[in-house]
Each structure stands twice: as C-alpha cells, then as structure tokens.
Design a protein around this ligand. Sequence first.
Ligand code: CTP
Length: 407
Amino acid sequence: MTDAPRTAAQASRRVLLGISGGIAAYKACELARLLVKAGHQVQVAMSEAATRFVGPITLQALSGREVALDSWHPLRASGMDHIDLVREADAFVIAPASADLLARAAAGMADDLLATLLLARDAVPTLLAPAMNRAMWAHPAVQRNAAQLRGDGLRLAGPGSGEQACGEVGDGRMLEPEQLMWEIEALWQPRLLQGRRVLLTAGPTFEAWDEVRGLSNRSSGKMGWALARAAWEAGAEVVLVAGPTALAPAYGVRTLSVESALQMRDAVQAELAHAPFDLFIAAAAVADWRPEARPGKIKKQPDGLPPLPQLRLNPDILAEVAARADAPFCVGFAAEAEHLVAHAQAKRERKGVPLLVGNLGPQTFGREDSSCVLIDAQGVRELPRMGKLDLARRLVAEIAPRLPARA
Ligand code: CTP
C-alpha cells in the first residue's frame, strides 16, 4: 500500500481520533501522523487507560492540538466536549478499541469521554479498530458486542491476524495505520458499488524469453491499484489480477499475482467461471506478443547477436471477456502515443466494450496523476488531469450508474 501524495481535489477533513487502553495505542501515534500528513485536522481524545500506554503530550505534538482527556476538564468553552468534539468532526475513529471499550459502547454506557462521544455522535461516520489478545477477541462476549455495534451502524475495521504483543499468534492485532487510513478515507466515499463484484486486471505483463530475460512495458500498476481501492471504498468485493509491480498489496482486495499474459487470461477466466461479476475493468498493459520461451539462459555469442525469438500473439483478455455470453459490464483502457480519440474509438468498437478510458501512455505511465477521455456509444468526454485515486473515484462514479441492475 503506498502513501500517495495529496492532490488538490483531496479534501481536508476533521477527524476525532479516540484512543482507548491497549498496547496498540502506540500505533495510534503513527495514525495521527499519517492523518496530519494527508492534510486532515486531528483532534485526539484519550481514555484514562490509554494514557498509561502513551503520553498525551506525544499526541498533542503530533496533532498540534491539546488532547481531550475527560469531561471534567473540557477543551471547549461550552463545557460540552462529549458532544461538541464529535459533532464538529467529519469522522470519529477509535483506534485501538479495547475489549472494555467495545463492551461499554455495546451497552450504551456513558462512563467516560470516549463512550459518551460514541453515544452523542449522531450521524457522524464512525470507525472502530479493535485490538486485543486473540482469545479475548474470540470470546463470545466480545463477538456479541462486536455484532451489536455493527448492527448499530458502526464500522469495525479488522482486527488483523498475526503475532501479538503478548507473544501469541491469531486474530486480534489492530490494523496497521496505513490500512486504517484506507478505512478512514472510505468513510467519506459513497457506497456506489455496494454488493457488486468487480474483477480488475492491472500492471504490466512479463513475457519470458529465457529463464532470465523477457519482454515487458513501463506500466507501474498505479491506475489499476487506484481503481481497485476506489471500487473497494465504494463497497464492492474486488478481485485484482495483477502483473508484476513494485506496489504493496492493495488492502481489502483479493489479489492474484501473475506474470505473463497467458497466466493473466487464465486467472481472469477462472474467476469468471467460478462466480459471476458485475464489472470487469481491464487496466493492465498486457504485452501484445510473447517470445517462444527458451530453457536456461541464452549465452552471449562471441561473434554477434543471438537468434531473435519467434513472437506469438497473446490472447486479447478484454475482448475475450466482452465476448462471453455472461459478460460483466466491461471497461477497457487505451494507452496511446498519438491520435488518442481516433485510436481509442476504434479500439472500443474492435473490443466490443461499452466504455473505454483513453489516455496518452507517456503522460501517465509511472506518474501519480493522469488525465483521460471517456468514450462510449454517446461520444467522447474529457476528464481533467488529477491524482490517480481521485480519477479512479470519478471513474467509479461514472461506471456505477451504467451497471445493469442485478438479476
Ligand atoms: N488488453 C487485454 N489483452 C491484451 C491487450 C490489451 O486485455 N492482450 C486490454 C488492456 O487491458 C486495455 C485494452 O485492452 O484495457 C487496450 O489495451 P491497449 O494495449 O491500449 O490496446 P491493444 O489492444 O494492445 O492495441 P495496440 O497495442 O495496438 O494499441
């Protein structure tokens, strides 16, 4: 997961960050830093137990604001911190959320500032990041409380699985701060793809020539990753078939790593055979040809060049999916070097897809931003240059209303 730079279109929001008592409170410091770095205004509120794990002065320094500690020493002149702090926020995040906090919240108690803020939050989007020992998380009482809180409309993020501070291994680790950033940003995105299944291809493919060398291209995978994230934020179940990239795994997305175009095609067809998808987005820069792969390493010839490999045409993954009787709504990309609109229009018809996103490859490959044209049966529309995540969210907003209603 990359910590992408902000773009002008990304809004600055007010986040109320609640910290309850647990070892994972130290990770809340990093979360506060990431939120500030992303341009958000952070107000921290800590439970008494949280202050045993990290000092409020640390959070004050990271957030640039005095930390709210209890209702009897309010920060706001109104004396109503338990209401004002949450009502002035665009999101309320409690990370870590301890077993004790979950229990008090599920019971609707108001015995400290954090619990009272949860009661007073009204319609403010709220996220809890549970963190505790694996046996505590698995306990029926905690599971009951978690289910109750979800039923009450709170979003629970995680917990993740792995090695715990106590030395045990299992479910209960708080999500990493970068993962929580994705969860928090998702709170502000409309759930346009709720209940939908989305399949994507992304990144380049690598076509082996021998066991050491091969053909590939300059695609970084960033646009495909951004689309996977935007679709996940919009509520979709996302499967990403990804060629080789340097990007960290996309959070919340099931990623199938492949290398060649043939592997990518097989993975896509296997997914489609397994269960239907509503949407297929082909963002991969698939190599058009593959060499006849040779075993071993072709050795340098003392007297000249090695024999050039025989090239074979790769299958067109997008055209194959679009031609299926049970084809999902298909969106293609066209990376062109010139005559963008003419080439992209021809490509849309040739591949038989309802929507094609065209851009100039050299102006988008590897960059953090991109511009594009949208081409459908009605004509051509230009979207201005913006960060790839913003562009991906715009594309999701364009695509969602075009999807046929589910049978
Ligand atoms: N595509 C695909 N399988 C291929 C080639 C392309 O699925 N073997 C998809 C890409 O993911 C993209 C669209 O088709 O969504 C267009 O890809 P592009 O490389 O721009 O077009 P090509 O069909 O390869 O045509 P050309 O290279 O001649 O521009």
